[in-house]
Design a protein around this ligand. Structure first.
Ligand SMILES: Cc1ncc(COP(=O)(O)O)c(C=O)c1O
Length: 414
């Protein structure tokens, strides 16, 4: 990797993180144990939610949420086409169907009005998964209203928005507080706002769901004697002595091994302490991008608007550029930026355009705002280790490359 290479996103690990992991590696427990319990408590406290359950990754968090709600064959789940494939895949893992609704073209989040249109047409919709795209919180007040009106559940995908917050009843609430939802899921993949290498979490204020999620995370097994159902197996002479069989555990649900290790949780604990600092830095860098693009006084690079009060989770910094007015389009632009040592990315290809989804849906789907957004979007480098100088370098390189390749007449030819 070139010395001055700028990735589009990257983890921020320091000596405290390394020490925390090393100390966990020296402890008697390696898999999910006391450090995972501590991480869960600290995460829940930070988010202002009653319970957090950590797990193997953000996809597992979505799948576990489906399992906890008993989603299965015949059920339908609505989500956004502009997200990572995991949001659409999770319902399908359980035999349920996924339905897409179009995005709001300004925030790029799932549009509550489009969801309403789907709900008028479809029966058996059990849940909606709004994704806080790029870290900008969704219109949770609207989704909460819809949930009540149509008697369904909201599972927020907070993977981009850990550390972000929005205003509810004049108070700031964190994404993950479940102030307007039943469950929220997170990922701790290295490019997310904090990392555990791989990892994820689910938050909720519902005690029963919390207990079920803890079981589902580990094969559906419990070792908690208060929860045992089969007393003839769990105890020796249950009626007389109530002597607990020390080897006994009980499988109450069919599930998977989605555990997080204690040394990953140790990294999570250490990273969580820095989350607010990380979010501040991500927001500062994003504001600098905004300012520099404004100063360029041009109409061809359009950052996403921020239309809300609160703290943006700032997982991504996305701009839209009319790519059909560029010689070589977005592919050449990305290659030219890479030649300059700047990595960019596209978030996301509308999920329904993936080959597996074309086969799944049989008929051709088309969501105009999702496709228009996809054609022109580009995620620029944004990570905590970036400097203001790096941001200036990206803006100047992007502008120079656009100058070289700008060809508005190419639009007409297409
Ligand atoms: C919005 C969103 N949801 C879910 C996931 C899945 O998380 P993981 O990669 O930890 O399985 C991701 C990760 O890229 C994501 O960006």
């Amino acid at each position: 990797m070139k010395k001055n290479f700028l990735p589009y996103n990257s983890q921020q690990i320091d000596e405290k993180d390394i020490k925390s992991v090393m100390s966990a590696l020296r402890s008697p427990y390696l898999t999910t144990g006391p450090i995972a319990d501590e991480f869960e408590k600290e995460l829940a406290q930070y988010l202002g939610v009653k319970y957090a359950v950590v797990c193997a990754n953000g996809t597992a968090a979505l799948h576990l949420s489906m399992l906890a709600l008993g989603i299965g064959s015949g059920d339908k789940i609505i989500t956004s086409p502009i997200s990572f494939v995991a949001d659409a895949n999770a319902p399908r893992f359980c035999g349920a169907d996924v339905i897409f609704a179009d995005i709001d073209p300004i925030t790029i989040n799932l549009d509550p009005q489009e969801v309403r249109k789907v709900l008028k047409r479809e029966k058996n919709v059990k849940a909606i998964i709004p994704v806080h795209f790029a870290g900008q919180p969704c219109r949770m007040d609207e989704f909460n209203k819809i949930a009540k009106e149509f008697n369904l559940n909201i599972i927020e995908d907070g993977c981009h928005a850990l550390g972000g917050s929005y205003i509810k009843d004049n108070k700031s609430v964190k994404v993950g507080s479940c102030a307007d939802s039943l469950l929220t899921t997170f990922s701790f993949h290295p490019i997310k706002n904090i990392t555990t290498g791989e990892g994820g979490a689910i938050t909720t204020n519902d005690k029963n769901l919390y207990k079920k999620l803890r079981l589902l995370r580990s094969h559906g097994n419990t070792r908690n004697s208060d929860d045992f159902l089969m007393h003839d197996l769990s105890h020796t002479n249950f009626k007389q002595s109530k002597l607990l069989n020390p080897w006994y555990y009980e499988m109450q649900y069919l599930s998977h091994n989605y555990r997080l290790t204690d040394f990953q949780a140790a990294l999570g604990k250490s990273q969580l302490k820095k989350l607010d600092k990380f979010i501040r830095k991500r927001n500062e860098l994003s504001s600098l991008y905004d300012k520099l693009f404004e100063e360029l006084d041009q109409k061809r690079i359009l950052p996403l608007d921020n239309l809300f009060e609160g703290t943006h989770g700032r997982h991504l910094y996305v701009v839209r550029i009319p790519m059909n007015q560029l010689n070589g389009g977005r592919a050449k632009l990305m290659m030219d930026l890479l030649d300059d040592g700047i990595q960019t990315q596209v978030h996301y290809i509308p999920i329904y355009l993936q080959p597996n989804y074309r086969e799944y849906f049989k008929e051709k789907l088309y969501f105009p705002f999702s496709e228009e957004y996809y054609k022109n979007c580009l995620s620029l480098p944004l990570f905590v280790g970036m400097t203001n100088k790096d941001v200036k370098r990206v803006v100047s390189s992007l502008n120079n490359i656009l100058d070289k390749n700008w060809n508005p007449s190419s639009k007409k030819k297409k």
